[in-house]
Design a binder for this molecule. Structure first.
Ligand code: ADP
Ligand code: PMV
Ligand code: MG
Length: 320
């Protein structure tokens, strides 16, 4: 039997980091995906392969350990944690293929986790629905990273553009927000777990300064929700620029991220900001009528990815 699943990457429009402190956030699934295939192993060992990133390891799922044969560790922790929760430890082959850049703020960890759990549930014929899958995937991210909001795993599971409220209520935008976005990313990777910890430490050292900023980031997200519903792109852009400033305050921007953000604005983007955890990774630029100008300006020093929002969330099936 072969089980296959795939799940989309995402981009956070508003509310990264503040969402960890229960502030609202807005994120959308994009048309880049992680694909997982699970089949019985031909040997008595479980093997995980990710040829796109040159990764291979033998899995000791019972002990939550692995023996690396090729590549560098990292993303495998999400696979192991998923196996630990949803696998009976019988020998299997797991293959990951993905066109989501890893550690770039596009939620590769969530896409891989959602796809792995969905494939495992199919493989073992375990009943699940989107609600339970999003919940379980969030538990995996939390276990691996220490702290994680449910945002990335929610978006990867459901697809579409999602608003997560202060009390963790999920709203799916019905409006078709199809303004063109350019993603710029650097070769420097961020690490979500570390960035979340850094923000927490900054907040603990300077509570009177950082706490109101986190609250303001949440208020800004709520204004953005209204602007999106009205398709007021100029307002959305203005709020993205303010959000980038807040991300500077909490210390997650880098020289490369800010360079891309300002290159995008100079080339005509009406809004641009870091997206995801920062410390490396990606920016998004909102640029109606100026996609090529903005893409070319970012591409002078960094890499670009043209993405669009997609309503397609997780999908999975078994082949007997
Ligand atoms: N080349 C690589 N091979 C394997 N794992 C990697 C590689 N580069 C980064 N990683 C790991 O992938 C994970 C990416 O997750 P995260 O930091 O949440 O970023 P994102 O979800 O935005 O891609 C991290 O655990 C990181 O250590
Ligand atoms: C910083 C944070 O808000 C988003 C992280 O996104 P990413 O892993 O960089 O794609 C953390 C979280 O929501 O769990
Ligand atoms: Mg992640």
């Amino acid at each position: 039997m072969i089980a296959k699943a795939s799940a989309p990457a995402k981009t956070i429009l508003f509310g990264e980091h503040s969402v960890v402190y229960d502030e609202p956030a807005i994120a959308g699934a994009v048309n880049k995906r992680a694909y997982i295939t699970i089949k019985e192993s031909k040997s008595d060992k479980s093997i995980f392969r990710a040829p796109d990133i040159g990764f291979e390891a033998e899995l000791l799922s019972k002990q939550k350990k692995y023996i690396l044969t090729k590549g560098k560790p990292g993303i495998i922790r999400y696979i192991l944690e998923s196996l630990y929760r949803a696998h009976d430890h019988s020998p299997i082959d797991i293959t990951l293929s993905s066109n989501v850049p890893i550690g770039s703020g596009l939620g590769s960890s969530a896409a891989v986790t959602v796809a792995t759990l969905a494939a495992l549930y199919r493989y073992h014929n375990i009943r699940f629905n989107k609600k339970s899958l999003a919940h379980d995937a969030h538990m995996v991210e939390q276990a691996v990273q220490g702290v994680a909001s449910p945002l990335d795993t929610l978006v990867s599971t459901y697809g579409g553009l999602v608003y997560l409220s202060r009390n963790k209520k999920v709203e799916h935008f019905k409006v078709n927000f199809n303004a063109p976005l350019v993603v710029g990313f650097t070769t420097k990777h961020g690490n979500t777990g570390k960035m979340v910890k850094d923000v927490k430490n900054l907040k603990n050292r300077n509570p009177k300064i950082i706490n109101p900023v986190i609250t303001a980031m949440g208020n800004l997200t709520n204004y953005a929700k209204q602007a999106i519903l009205k398709k007021d792109y100029n307002k959305v852009g203005e709020l993205m620029n303010i959000n980038h400033g807040f991300l500077d305050v909490i210390g997650v921007n880098t020289l490369e991220l800010s360079r891309m953000v300002y290159n995008a604005r100079e080339a005509g983007a009406i809004g641009s900001k870091t997206t995801g955890a920062g410390g490396g990774g990606s920016i998004i630029a909102l640029c109606p009528g100026k996609v090529d100008e903005v893409a070319n300006a970012i591409a002078r020093d960094d890499s670009i990815l043209k993405v669009r929002f997609t309503r397609r969330g997780v999908s999975s099936r078994v082949y007997k």
